[in-house]
Design a protein around this ligand. Structure first.
Ligand code: G3P
Ligand code: MG
Length: 257
């Protein structure tokens, strides 16, 4: 297989900051993961109605925030991307998890960039568009990330399940590294990742075997996995020679180095 360019990222990556140990995609979660030795984290990013990139996994606010009806009335749309940042900034994204995190706000990508760079930490930005906004989200997130990390030694790794979002990211910020996320192997997916200029595949960990690792390598693609929460699965992926493991279990796996 061809020699791959140097890989600047650590093997262990904390999913949504600290898995389930702190409210996902809040600064409190990234602090928690970092305190346990994680030098890199994954986050989910989408756009507010007025185009501010911020952290949230779901399309709606229902599961992981409180306070929308107090701010916007009982008939407010549950879709996060329907609200401007001025509203989203006032929501409580911690109470759903536990009382200790009551009042923890939704972070913007800029908030997270500042915290991580001040602490020498790295990031995988999963572009998670509100359905129907794939190209715009890919372009705005990539352009914003390029600006926020302009002085950084190691850029964030952009990833998405959405090919359209990655294509827009490539056009907006060609220098930022990209990865295609795969939950299943669809027809031509590896070739599509290579054509998008991706540096890696981030697969559901069950998809990886020696043949897929070899195919990825032959196209110049690194092999990463999500979401690996047991030691047996992690052992298998390390034995396959894969490059990165995204985990919720920041309490179980101690990152090396
Ligand atoms: O980026 C890897 C992983 O986070 C993808 O799945 O649903 O946890 O965002 P999900
Ligand atoms: Mg994610």
């Amino acid at each position: 297989p061809p020699d791959l360019p140097r890989w600047p990222y650590p093997r262990w990556i904390a999913h949504r900051g600290a898995g389930r140990l702190a409210p996902e995609n809040t600064l409190a979660a990234f602090r928690y993961g970092a305190a346990l030795g994680y030098r890199m984290a994954e986050c989910d990013v989408k756009l507010s109605a007025d185009g501010v990139p911020f952290l949230l996994h779901d399309a709606t606010l229902t599961r992981t925030t409180r306070g929308l009806s107090d701010l916007a009335g009982p008939a407010a749309s549950p879709v996060a991307g329907d609200h401007g940042w001025a509203t989203l900034a006032q929501l409580d994204a911690g109470s759903w998890h536990s009382r200790a995190y009551a009042g923890e706000p939704l972070p913007t990508l800029a908030n997270l960039a500042r915290y991580l760079q001040a602490n020498g930490l790295l990031l995988n930005i999963e572009i998670k568009p509100t359905p129907g906004t794939e190209a715009r989200t890919g372009a705005v997130v990539a352009e914003t990330a390029a600006r926020l990390w302009a002085q950084a030694q190691t850029p964030p790794l952009l990833s998405s399940f959405q090919v359209e979002a990655l294509a827009a990211a490539a056009a907006a910020a060609p220098a930022l590294p990209r990865a295609l996320l795969l939950d299943t192997l669809w027809d031509g997916c590896l070739e599509r990742a290579a054509a998008l200029g991706c540096v890696a595949l981030v697969c559901n960990h069950a998809l990886w075997d020696a043949a897929l690792v070899a195919r990825a390598r032959s196209l110049g693609l690194r092999a990463l996995s999500y979401t690996v929460n047991d030691a047996w699965a992690a052992q298998r992926l390390l034995a396959l020679g894969t490059d990165g493991i995204i985990t919720d279990r920041v309490d179980l796996f101690v990152p090396e180095g």
